[in-house]
Design a protein around this ligand. Structure first.
Ligand SMILES: *Cc1c(COP(=O)(O)O)cnc(C)c1O
Length: 381
């Protein structure tokens, strides 16, 4: 059986089955060298000159993430923000872009400040509604529609196929921040997106010990080539050790994401029954407004992220976060350990995040332990 016919889990577990040609090692070596030998006749036949452009340690994680997303080419970056902002910096002053009104707060903050100062025209729309996207599109001017689904921190779902069709008709590219869906649950390129973006610091690496980002493209068009060239010019590349850790982390992606998703669904159902919780935001719950769309667009689970709105408001929410013992009070998400965060304290005034909201990143611990810890913390709120 050919490597390209392997199931995605097999590709991930084997990191595409690569072995080191020189030593036979089943784990690829880390390449710290910054520079590469020139041939005596002055050519670089082996194709590498300098590590800002090409570190051989990037080849395997890039090939793997690209295979999992079923794309044409993948690139890893120094962070998720570096990957995301590259998609905007590859545009030109005056270009119009559409971004969701519910999205990862740090990127939203960058879009409303630096991106605008550099001449991009940024509109925020309700991405739950393809009609709202249709109204905001300016054919010939809109170059990029940014999607995040499920979207931080309310976990609303966007119909990637519907938005991609509208965007393409208007001549715009579509990039999907799929950090929280992961290639395990959603493959945006198969639904019509042009590029998929990941904060690889989250589920792809999965162990809260790497900052990295990734992009995978459906086609190597002119826009992608500008993004690829920008990475070399800006040097927004991870270190060789981070690239190695990322491959190591992705080998267990499927078991981690499936376990976290199954845990999250059980926690969401338990929290719906808890009198101290006003609302559970999780698209896996059958009574959520975007459940049908999520069930169609996501396979094998609804992800490990959910939010709780705590009865009693901000003060009660902060008290619950203070009382958990197993859950760790910390930002970030997608690691094997469960995290809890009062998101309003982070996002600030212009955020759609309500102040009674706690964001949960569900890990792979025993779900009974996670539920018991939340229940004891909520009981006293
Ligand atoms: C963390 C995150 C980012 C930013 O990634 P970094 O690796 O922290 O730069 C972007 N989008 C989402 C959804 C994230 O969770």
């Amino acid at each position: 059986m050919d490597e390209k016919d392997w199931a995605p889990q097999t590709k991930a577990a084997q990191a595409l089955g690569w072995t080191d040609a020189t030593t036979g090692a089943v784990v690829e070596p880390i390449h710290p060298s910054t520079t590469y030998l020139r041939d005596p006749d002055n050519l670089y036949r082996r194709g590498r000159q300098y590590a800002r452009a090409d570190n051989p340690g990037f080849d395997q994680p890039q090939a793997l993430i690209s295979a999992l997303e079923q794309g044409a080419e993948g690139l890893i970056f120094s962070s998720g923000m570096a990957a995301a902002t590259s998609c905007f910096m590859a545009l030109r002053p005056g270009d119009h872009v559409i971004a969701p009104d519910v999205m990862y707060w740090s990127l939203r903050a960058w879009l409303t400040t630096y991106a605008k100062e550099w001449g991009l025209v940024v509109d925020s729309v309700d991405m739950r509604s393809p009609e709202a996207v249709a109204r905001a599109l300016k054919p010939g001017h809109t170059r990029l529609v940014w999607i995040e689904t499920p979207a931080n921190p309310l976990w609303t779902v966007t119909d990637i196929a519907a938005v991609a069709e509208l965007a393409h008709r208007a001549g715009a590219h579509v990039v999907v921040d799929s950090t929280c869906a992961t290639p395990v649950l959603t493959r945006p390129l198969m639904l019509g997106a042009d590029i998929v973006m990941h904060s690889a610091s989250k589920y792809l690496n999965g162990h809260s010990d790497v900052i990295a980002g990734a992009l995978v493209t459906r086609t190597c068009d002119e826009y992608w080539q500008r993004i690829r060239a920008l990475r070399v010019k800006l040097g927004s590349i991870p270190g060789p050790f981070e690239a190695y850790l990322l491959t190591r982390g992705m080998r267990t992606l499927y078991v981690r994401v499936h376990t976290a998703s199954a845990n999250a669904l059980k926690i969401a159902m338990a929290m719906q029954r808890n009198p101290a919780v006003d609302e559970v935001l999780y698209p896996g719950l059958a009574d959520r407004p975007d459940h049908a769309l999520a069930a169609r667009q996501m396979q094998g689970g609804f992800g490990g992220m959910l939010s709780l709105r705590i009865r009693g408001g901000e003060a009660a929410a902060v008290r619950v976060a203070a009382r958990v013992r197993l859950w760790k009070r910390a930002t970030s998400l997608g690691g094997v350990e469960s995290l809890i965060e009062h998101r309003g304290s982070v996002e600030g005034a212009d955020s759609p995040c309500p102040m009674d909201l706690l964001r949960l990143s569900v890990g792979i611990e025993a779900v009974e332990d996670l539920i018991a810890d939340l229940e004891q913390a909520l009981a006293e709120s």
